[in-house]
Design a protein around this ligand. Structure first.
Ligand SMILES: [Zn+2]
Ligand SMILES: [Zn+2]
Length: 341
């Protein structure tokens, strides 16, 4: 089969790989959708610390159907033909982190991560351990399941870190695929959402996804504008997804505010002396647990959320070069590789 690899020089090329065969405890998926995630670009560009070496199949938002199961995989774990999402990390399965659904933080050894240290989903077939599979609800498309597998799931994980947000004013910084998902979830959870981005088309989309107010920091003073919208109190909750607005995020945060930083590099500095009377809770977040991924999918179904609309571009594998040239410009939208039935 031919699959997408990144040599690390801003190119995406198709490379020949043997068709995968499932070993004990493993499953081969017939890929139906494989999302493009912002973090792909670290590998695409060959950023320091991210080189995948050109030998690893890319794509860590895989979604598809079970094609073949290896020895020891029971029907309860995976059935041929079953529609599935994948939690794209795998660990030892026995340490506390793995058992609590967080294999990305495995205490025994670094977790295998699809597209980085294990082959990913930008291929006709993908090989994964059966324990990484999560059922894809019938109501969700394969591309929705792909989004939940990283970008949209990451937004969910960040919001879950923040706790109860109903009846609060939430400022979401960055309206890329993760931020837009966060805007959608926060609005559905009953928060009043103020979406922030420097791109007018992203702000228009934010309104479509439920933002009550939108702000462009190139046009307004953010602290003043959020102050005006909150009777001077500032935001109750802030989610920073752009990786570039750490300081702005703190500037709009009110007393007893909670802020979660999940965009990278996301430099944040503050003086406790200047701010201790604000009673802040500041936190970071890294993707989502297995259980959170499943619950995220359930929430999308229950609230009829327009996850498919996050995608602006659909590609086939042989359009890899064009797809990643487009994505590298990071102008707008989200792409997905789709596969014929
Ligand atoms: Zn573990
Ligand atoms: Zn990702």
């Amino acid at each position: 089969m031919k699959a997408i690899v990144f040599p690390g020089d801003r190119t995406a090329v198709l490379k020949e790989f043997p068709d995968p065969v499932p070993g004990p405890g493993e499953v081969v998926l017939r890929m139906r959708a494989s999302g493009m995630c912002g973090s792909d670009l670290h590998f695409y560009r060959g950023s320091v610390g991210f080189a995948a070496g050109g030998g690893t199949i890319q794509g860590h938002e895989p979604c598809g159907e079970v094609h073949a199961v290896g020895p020891g995989v029971t029907e309860a774990m995976a059935k041929v033909g079953q529609r599935v999402m994948v939690h794209h990390y795998w660990g030892c399965q026995t340490c506390r982190r793995c058992r609590s659904g967080w294999p990305q933080m495995c205490e025994t050894a670094p977790a295998k991560t699809m597209s980085a240290t294990a082959h990913g989903g930008h291929a006709p077939y993908a090989l994964v351990p059966a324990h990484t599979l999560l059922p894809l609800p019938d109501e969700l498309s394969f591309k929705a399941g792909a989004a939940v597998g990283c970008g949209t799931g990451t937004a969910w994980g960040g919001i879950k870190r923040l706790g109860e947000i109903a009846d609060t004013t939430v400022v979401v910084f960055g309206q890329g695929p993760v931020g837009l998902s966060a805007t959608m979830f926060a609005a559905a959870m009953g928060a009043r959402v103020i979406a922030v981005d420097i791109d007018a088309s992203r702000l228009r989309r934010a309104r479509d996804f439920g933002a009550h107010e939108v702000l462009d920091p190139a046009e307004v003073d953010l602290a003043e504008a959020v102050g005006d919208l909150t009777r001077g109190r500032g935001a109750d909750v802030v989610l920073e997804t752009s990786g570039r607005a750490g300081q702005d995020a703190l500037d709009v945060l009110g007393t007893f505010g909670r802020a979660c930083f999940l965009g990278l590099p996301g430099e944040v500095r503050f003086s406790a002396e200047q701010h201790y009377k604000k009673q802040w809770t500041l936190m970071t977040s890294w993707t989502m647990s297995t259980i959170q991924q499943a619950r995220c999918a359930d929430f999308i179904v229950a609230h009829h959320l327009p996850v498919d609309d996050l995608y602006t571009h659909s590609w086939t594998l042989d359009q890899a070069a064009e797809a990643y040239t487009w994505f590298d410009e990071q102008s707008d939208g989200k792409g997905v590789f789709e596969f014929a039935e």
